[in-house]
Structures are given as structure tokens and as C-alpha cells.
Write a protein that binds this ligand. Structure first.
Ligand code: HNI
Length: 147
């Protein structure tokens, strides 16, 4: 069971309440697909991922990025039980989608960069620490059902 300080709880709620899911989600997934091109292999049916511009303009990437953000929203709303909240999603990524769990961390890193860019100087070291802790719990929970 993960312990959260009042500051961490407040910071996570605050960040997500200010994020536009349909902007940050697409930007995060697009960045992941550009920076770590091997992650494209899971999105074969998304069509043109030929270069950074194609990825940024790909409507399926945008839609799925938004879906991922809504997936994260469930963790924000269940901070005391992220592991169980993600049990089914972990099984899906493991058994059906066969996503290498190392990729969760890569996506989390991309999201940190996107969020940092949007928050600017408000994204202090303490805020980053809280955000990265939250994402680490997400990554670990999504990887729970792998064996
Ligand atoms: Ni992920 C589907 C959430 C990381 C590849 N993913 C989903 C869905 C959610 C979701 C929600 C929709 C499930 C459903 O249809 O019931 N994914 C998340 C979250 C993270 C994450 C919260 C990490 C923070 N997924 C990743 C990563 C990859 C990935 C890193 C691959 C590199 N996910 C997929 C694929 C699908 C998917 C592929 C199915 C897409 C589709 O449209 O069929």
C-alpha cells in the first residue's frame, strides 16, 4: 500500500484538474512514438506513423492519447488502490496486447516532459517528485499482472 502525503495528494489532484486531456494525452503518446519508435509496433492499425508530423496529425494517435489520459484519471480518483483499479487493464496489456511493460515507464517519462512544459516554473522539483511518484505507482500497477 502506497502512502501519500497531503502535499502529494493535493498536487496530483491539482495537476490533473488543470490538464486538458485531449491535448496532453495526444502530445504524450505522440512524443512516445517519436522518441521511442519501437513503441509504434503496437499501433500497426493506426496507419501513417511515418514521421513526427504524421504522428502529430494522426487522429487515431490523438484519440488513443486521450483514452490513456482518461485511464490515468481512474488512478487519480483511486489513489489508495491503484493496483486493483488497474488489475484488468494490466491483464489486457499483458495477455491481449502483449505490450512490453518497460514501455509504461517510457510513456510516463514522456508525460512528465509534456506536463513540465505546460506548467513551466510551477513544475517545481517538489511537484515533479510527486508527479513521478504517482506515475511510478501507475507503471508498477500496470505491470502487476505480467508473469
Ligand atoms: Ni495502453 C489500450 C491505458 C500505456 C498500448 N491503454 C489502452 C486502453 C487504456 C490504456 C485505458 C483502452 C483499454 C480498453 O479498450 O479497454 N495504456 C494505458 C495507460 C498507460 C498505457 C494508463 C500508461 C500510463 N499502452 C501503453 C503503452 C503502450 C500501450 C506504453 C504501448 C507502447 N494500449 C496500448 C494498445 C491499446 C491500449 C496497443 C489498444 C489500442 C486499440 O485501439 O486497440
Amino acid at each position: 500500500m502506497v502512502e501519500w502525503t497531503d502535499f502529494e495528494r493535493a498536487t496530483i489532484k491539482d495537476i490533473f484538474s488543470k490538464l486538458e486531456y485531449d491535448v496532453v494525452g495526444p502530445a504524450t503518446l505522440a512524443r512516445c512514438l517519436v522518441v521511442y519508435p519501437w513503441t509504434q509496433r503496437y499501433f500497426g492499425k493506426f496507419g501513417n506513423l511515418y514521421n513526427a508530423t504524421a504522428i502529430a496529425e494522426n487522429a487515431m494517435v490523438s484519440k488513443h492519447g486521450t483514452t490513456i489520459l482518461h485511464g490515468l484519471d481512474r488512478a487519480v480518483k483511486n489513489m489508495d488502490d491503484i493496483k486493483n483499479t488497474y488489475a484488468e487493464l494490466s491483464v489486457l496489456h499483458s495477455e491481449k496486447l502483449h505490450v512490453d511493460p518497460d514501455n509504461f515507464k517510457l510513456l510516463a517519462d514522456c508525460m512528465t516532459i509534456v506536463v513540465a512544459a505546460r506548467f513551466g516554473s510551477a513544475f517545481t522539483g517538489e511537484v515533479q517528485a510527486a508527479f513521478e511518484k504517482f506515475m511510478a505507482v501507475v507503471v508498477s500497477s500496470l505491470g502487476r499482472q505480467y508473469h
